[in-house]
Design a protein around this ligand. Structure first.
Ligand SMILES: Nc1ncnc2c1ncn2[C@@H]1O[C@H](COP(=O)(O)OP(=O)(O)OP(=O)(O)O)[C@@H](O)[C@H]1O
Ligand SMILES: [Mg+2]
Length: 313
């Protein structure tokens, strides 16, 4: 397996008009994104995600550091660009065009013509489920439909690498899931995806690895499985009532998802799992399952950013 994106000490300082107004947007980022993976690129507003992406695309230039795309450092060359599809943050396309006209325009930018162009428009419309609406004006598209056309635009040259800046922002849960399913299918086809997003659950559900950026510095990077620690145990029980629930709570157990006599107990750090099970037995609760609870990506994010903020102070 080869490396799709490789950066070494990538740094961007936006120069201010006056002395002391420079913005250090990215500091010495050394990052490898492997071919065939979905990489979730995370960080709070202003942490440097879009800046990184623009440098990967050759839209702005690094102050320092190097970039290789599929081993090639000539990232501004047409040969490299053909292999990258890009969905910009808050992509906007003219309202008076039809979906297929947008794709035709971008396809031509990539040098596609005639029947090749027609075939690619057909294939990408199929991929994003927009065949039925391709002749309609963008003016009449919903947000989800616009996002699908944006994705189709990024796919028009059949690129090996997709760089998507917030692909699911502002979409309803169904539309988000549909976009996620499309992205997972693209990975199955062997594409590499770098996705910047604030939708942490989406990222958790689809990424192989994630990196978290804060204030221009990469704070942590790894596979979702590695990074999300399994710190707590959960016990699913039957036979709980208000009295038992409040007693368990007083012993440091969090009672969750209670419906009737059924609930999930989160065993915190104050009690061992053995003691918790003993306690359940003494209350004649029926045990359905005992399982480790994995931290969510949101919890990891809050933990990592919290620590970075504390360091900065
Ligand atoms: N053209 C520019 N000139 C000056 N400063 C800039 C420019 N573009 C971005 N910045 C600054 O660089 C920093 C990183 O911005 P960037 O857009 O990369 O963040 P981001 O992680 O994409 O944030 P968001 O989640 O809000 O999209 C911010 O402090 C921003 O104000
Ligand atoms: Mg951004």
């Amino acid at each position: 397996m080869s490396t799709a994106i490789s950066t070494q000490n990538l740094t961007k300082i936006y120069e201010g008009a006056l002395r002391g107004q420079d913005v250090h947007a990215l500091n010495e980022l050394s990052l490898d994104v492997e071919e065939g993976e979905i990489f979730g690129y995370l960080g709070p507003n202003g942490s440097g995600k879009t800046t990184t992406i623009k440098m990967l695309l050759g839209l702005i230039f690094p102050t320092q550091g190097t970039i290789k795309i599929f081993g090639n450092s000539a990232i501004s060359s047409a040969a490299v660009k053909k292999n990258i599809g890009y969905l910009p943050e808050g992509a906007y396309y003219p309202d008076f065009l039809r979906g297929e006209e947008i794709l035709s325009y971008y396809g031509k930018l990539y040098g596609l013509r005639g029947s090749d162009l027609k075939k690619r428009i057909d294939a990408t419309m199929d991929m994003v489920g927009m065949q039925h609406a391709r002749k309609r004006l963008l003016r009449g598209y919903s947000k989800g439909m616009r996002q699908r056309i944006g994705l189709a635009q990024a796919l028009i040259s059949d690129p090996k690498l997709l760089i998507l800046d917030e692909p699911t922002t502002g979409l309803d849960p169904i539309a988000r899931k549909e976009i996620r399913d499309i992205l997972l299918r693209l990975r199955e086809e062997g594409k590499t995806l770098l996705i910047s997003s604030h939708e942490l659950l989406e990222v958790e559900l689809m990424s192989n690895r994630v990196g978290i950026l804060y204030n221009g510095t990469l704070q942590t990077i790894g596979s979702v499985d590695e990074l999300l620690v399994k710190r707590e145990m959960t016990v699913s029980v039957d036979g709980i009532d208000d009295g038992i629930a409040s007693e368990l709570s007083s012993r440091g157990i969090t009672v969750e998802d209670r419906t009737g006599g059924r609930a999930t107990l989160r065993i915190g750090s104050t009690l061992s799992i053995y003691d918790a099970i003993e306690l359940c037995k003494s209350k004649s609760l029926e045990l359905n399952s005992v399982a480790p609870r994995r931290e969510t990506l949101e919890e990891l994010f809050v933990r990592v950013i919290g620590a970075a903020e504390a360091d900065r102070r």
